[in-house]
Design a protein around this ligand. Sequence first.
Ligand code: UD1
Ligand code: UDP
Length: 374
Amino acid sequence: MPKKKVMLVFGTRPEAIKMCPLVNELKRHPDQFQTIVCVTGQHREMLEQVLKVFHVVPDYNLQIMKPGQTLYDVTCNVLLKIRSVLEKEKPDCVLVHGDTSTSFSAALASFYQQIPVGHVEAGLRTHNLYSPFPEEFNRQAVDIISHWYFAPTEQSKKNLLAEGKSEKDIWVTGNTGIDALDTTVRKDYSHPDLQWAHGSRLILITAHRRENLGAPMHRMFRAIRRVMEEHPDTKAIYPVHLNPKVQEAAEAELGGFDRIRLIKPLDVLDFHNFMSASYLILTDSGGIQEEAPALGKPVLVMRDTTERPEGVKAGTLKLVGSNEEVIYQEFSRLLDDPKEYDAMSHASNPYGDGHASERIATILAQPGNWPNNN
Ligand code: UD1
Ligand code: UDP
């Protein structure tokens, strides 16, 4: 097969964490692929942190981030700014990841130039367009456009088949996010914040979902604070997302409490080790729902829906929504009831064996897997 020009486009922290392993894998095969990285810069500092850890230097950075950006800002700016990059590079295919507005706009821009799109982490579904918002729309829309579906699990493959996607275009690869875990988590890891928490049960917190901004986030944080106040043997660390709305809510509800540390976002190596050292995790994140089962850490998912039912089935994740009383009760129960805790804290990994990137590279190296006219 003649060498293919593959462009990977991503823009936020979680996309970068899951696409950098693939960038590095494709770059290991320069005889088969010319690998081009275009970051949109939907995130700035949180993206830079990841690129540094994986030693990935983008060929293009669209630098679109604005403080307090709206969905219109992100969608339009990516669409307009990526156009000339695609026109100049004319890649044989574009790879996007997951469900962000970067992914949607980059896929749409590629479609407008009839460049085939590969969707990494394809087929996740809640079937509720408003939860998570706007991610469920983004992932469904990308799957309308895509030629290759790199589904992380059998369940995500089933979701795609149920929507009429052709089986020959779907590959169950595992999640590229798991590829990193083996190298990040270290037994001899130490950090001043972990030393501070030593001797207490460490609670790790993250939150950022758009549908939780405002009143739901305040409720979530109030519930967490009430439980923490009643359990003096706990300490919490919360690397707060840089969204000003999240920062305000975190400071208002969790600030000024000596057993809760609000810190800057951690780089991924630190965060994985914090997860590994934690007693339990409270989050509305997507990626953490995949990583925590592998580490055997119970997660209370502060959302009404999840596109990651595998972790719920495995017993490590529990959906608790954003209702203050429900979070209060479920969080208290996990701290007070050892049986409940033990039931949730066994390691299982429904999301892959850490070789997803290699599988994707192998699939792309096969001429028969490309569209006929490409
Ligand atoms: C985005 C994605 C979401 C993903 C999340 C991961 C969309 C619509 N949302 O949501 O799917 O789960 O990233 O974290 O694509 N900010 C900074 N520096 C940074 C990053 C963010 O200052 O490095 C601030 C900016 O003020 C920015 C705001 O955070 O405007 C929100 O960022 P944005 O990407 O719009 O939304 P997220 O909630 O991060
Ligand atoms: N993460 C990180 N530093 C932090 C918090 C999270 O590196 O301070 C990692 C985490 O391990 C996971 C990813 O970021 O891989 C999740 O990102 P986020 O929650 O922002 O997005 P989502 O997964 O919800 O799209």
